[in-house]
Design a protein around this ligand. Structure first.
Ligand code: CTP
Length: 402
């Protein structure tokens, strides 16, 4: 198959213990033939299935299996490959390796490789159906997906022994395609200034109470992390959340819609791409009582006034070449509302997402979304992790507008 982004790249190939390891020999060969510098790390159990010499012969590089190699213990630090590889691919990825990585355990060379990785990570799992479907494994997969790990497979079909079901290593061509796509995505936003807003705002009623919404910030933080991974210079402006901002982002914390407006306007003119993901309050109490209201004084009547629409203000001040993306959080009629908003607000693209369902919306790791472009084009998307959706939004921004 045609691989456009592989030549000259250093690829760390982690081979875990499983019968599917024999298929990964072909993966190593294809990557090497396409011009990649393939450095193989095997777990000791992987060497029970395929000999290290098979990989070293095909790749022309020594294979590492131990954290402390006897021949040169101090020369090759265990974090070297993780730090320098353009991409790490784990195939077959076993339940154990995924579990350790999800929990941050580093007790062998494979886990050290993963924990020290700087570039994208692709995982091609293979295991028995029961192990794949186990709640623990599924939770680990969700955790890793949320952190940006790309999964490819597993497929359904015959497994080791007489079993048939989900858990089969996907075809080598699928793994190659995922590697090529991920490599194409690295650095494709180098030095592009991206402003992302995230979370919800809080409009004070008194010293302890506020009007807010259920936005957790997950989608906006995923967008910021993904943009950073692709080389962008990111400013992340967020309402209160429990999330840890990516260290490479310039982070601005705000509370109210007015603070959000101010913070956005302070940096907007420098940004090439602006993604207004924050759930900004549409109204605020006219009066902030300051001191805590006392129950004995009876329920207050809270008069509300509208806040500024930050997105509309941004569009009205848009500078040449600036790309502006909005979100539309809806509980019903997603397509109609998203199309209405793209017209009304004048953004280039509105990402409509369903909120308030079990698998989409506030505080959930996945989203059901559709894209409404200015001009009326609509693209429906399958359910996916917020991190995957972030990648797709940035792909489209790059393809269509940059
Ligand atoms: N938005 C904004 N400022 C506001 C309200 C919303 O910038 N005061 C932005 C959001 O960041 C989002 C888009 O507008 O990108 C749509 O937000 P949403 O809450 O879905 O829509 P609203 O305009 O508030 O309309 P409605 O509440 O009627 O759905």
């Amino acid at each position: 198959m045609e691989l456009s982004n592989v030549a000259g790249k250093v690829i760390g190939l982690g081979v875990c213990g499983g019968i599917a390891a024999y298929k990964v020999v072909e993966l190593a060969r294809e990557l090497t033939q396409a011009g990649a510098d393939v450095r193989v790390v095997m777990t000791p159990s992987a060497t029970e299935f395929v000999g290290a010499i098979t990989f070293s012969t095909l790749t022309g590089n020594p294979v590492r299996t131990e954290l402390f190699p006897k021949e040169a213990p101090s020369q090759i630090p265990h974090t070297d490959l993780g730090r320098t590889a353009d991409l790490i691919v784990i195939a077959p990825a076993t339940a154990k390796t995924m579990a350790k990585f999800a929990r941050g355990i580093s007790d062998d060379l494979m886990s050290a490789l993963l924990l020290s990785a700087k570039g994208p990570i692709v995982m091609a799992p293979a295991m028995h159906t029961e192990m794949w479907e186990n709640e623990a494994t599924q939770e680990n997969v969700q955790t890793l997906k949320a952190r940006g790990v790309r999964f490819v497979g597993p497929d359904s079909g015959p497994l080791a022994g007489p079993d048939v079901g989900v858990g089969r290593l996907t075809e080598v061509t699928n793994i190659l395609a995922a590697i090529d796509e991920e490599l194409g995505r690295t650095e494709d936003l180098t030095d592009v200034r991206v402003l992302v807003t995230a979370g919800g705002t809080q409009e004070p009623i008194d010293a302890v109470r506020f009007i807010g919404n259920r936005s957790s910030g997950t989608m906006g933080f995923a967008l910021a992390a993904e943009a950073i991974r692709r080389g962008a210079k990111v400013t992340l402006i967020s309402g209160p959340t429990h999330l840890v901002p990516p260290s490479a982002a310039e982070f601005v914390s705000v509370a109210t819609a007015a603070e959000m407006e101010q913070a956005v306007m302070d940096v907007a003119s420098d940004a090439r791409v602006i993604i207004m993901n924050a759930a900004v309050s549409d109204w605020r109490p006219v009066k902030n009582w300051g001191e805590k209201l006392k129950k004995a004084d009876g329920p207050p009547t809270i008069e509300l006034e509208p806040t500024q629409d930050v997105l509309i203000d941004l569009v009205s001040r848009r500078r040449d070449g600036q790309v502006i993306v909005g979100f539309a959080a809806e509980t019903q009629e997603l397509e109609r509302h998203a199309l209405e908003k793209v017209g009304k607000k004048g953004a280039d693209l509105i990402v409509g997402n369903l909120v308030g369902t079990e698998d989409s919306g506030f505080g959930v790791q996945t989203n059901r979304a559709l894209l409404a472009f200015r001009g009326g084009e609509v693209r429906e998307l399958p359910i996916m992790s917020k991190r995957e959706l972030a990648g797709l939004i940035l792909d489209l921004v790059k393809e269509r507008f940059l």
